[in-house]
Design a protein. Structure first.
Length: 297
């Protein structure tokens, strides 16, 4: 996997120069074939995306995408990143999932992590980078290439570390009206058996004073999951509010970091999945043939 080889070379070099947590990145061994980022930018300039500034989209099968999803808690990063990862045949890597896997493994980190996560705080960069490196290494062993990162980077320091080790093609910044975010987090449910994600919240914001209304239907579980639903321990009102506060303080500057580098695609979600998915595909110049077929059926 090209990105991982870049990790290997750069992080090794940095590890020699410093003993900071950069050295926590694992090492990888695949042949390097990273595309020249300048060439990418030039190649993309013919495909103008959202307005005047073309963004670097890399959908060449020889260079699987390396994308990042940013957005507040509850915005739907996981939903759209996971759909795109299936469409583009790249892994969807959510650092929140890595943290929850570690939590449920009862490993040495688990009680320390539970306390941090259940208070809505960020896990240390060192722990996150270690978990991410292990996940990338496991993917490397399975022959994975490209990625859609969800929930990483979440701080400027994480963004700088990532920038130092690989070329991110595109950062999709998902945005949703503030009123909907808390309700969406509180409505989240997961099936404890199959892992399916659902949302019992029905968002119905009435339009007023010239601002349009917004409707998002609940995503209800099938009957066989309905009795097995669980709620994330950090999806309580108090903790979600704290996570939102931390997002604005620590993660919003990451938007600016990528905006300054010409990599940020702002995407305002117009509603639920049926309205948003086709528009997101359009913004990314992608087509989902399966979706079209099921809509036509
Ligand atoms: P959210 O719904 O708030 O976007 P996630 O599922 O992405 O939540 O993450 C859950 C928790 O895992 C976060 O509140 C944080 O404690 C931890 N976490 C996930 N990714 C990171 C990261 N990149 N840096 C620090 N902590 C993280």
């Amino acid at each position: 996997m090209a990105v991982l080889n870049r990790l290997l070379l750069r992080v090794r070099a940095r590890a020699r120069a410093t003993t900071t947590s950069y050295s926590k990145f694992r090492t990888f061994s695949s042949p390097c074939s990273i595309a020249n980022p300048e060439a990418d930018l030039k190649a993309s300039s013919s495909s103008s995306l959202l307005g005047s500034k073309p963004l670097p989209l890399r959908q060449d099968l020889r260079h699987p995408v390396q994308w990042v999803f940013l957005g507040c808690p509850g915005v739907g990063k996981g939903t759209y990143a996971s759909r795109l990862s299936k469409l583009l045949h790249v892994p969807h890597i959510a650092t929140g999932d890595l943290v929850r896997d570690e939590l449920s493994s009862s490993g040495p980190l688990s009680s320390q992590l539970a306390e941090i996560v259940n208070q809505g705080q960020l896990v240390s960069d060192e722990i996150i980078i270690n978990l991410l490196s292990k996940r990338l290494e496991a993917g490397e062993a399975k022959g994975e290439s490209g990625f859609i990162l969800d929930g990483f980077p979440r701080t400027i320091r994480q963004a700088e570390i990532l920038e130092g080790v690989t070329d991110i093609d595109l950062v999709v910044n998902l945005k949703l009206r503030e009123e909907a975010l808390l309700a969406k987090c509180l409505g989240r449910r997961t099936c404890s058996e199959c892992g399916g994600n659902y949302n019992v919240a029905c968002i119905d914001i009435k339009g007023e004073d010239g601002s349009p209304g917004m409707y998002m239907a609940p995503l209800l579980p099938p009957p066989h999951c309905a009795s097995k639903l669980i709620t994330r321990a950090d999806d309580t009102e108090e903790v979600v509010k704290e996570r939102l506060r931390i997002y604005y303080e620590m993660t919003q500057p990451v938007e600016e970091f990528y905006r300054n580098r010409g990599k940020l695609l702002e995407f305002d979600l117009p509603g639920g999945i049926p309205e948003s998915w086709p528009k997101l595909l359009q913004a990314l110049h992608l087509e989902d043939h399966d979706d079209k077929q099921s809509a036509a059926a």
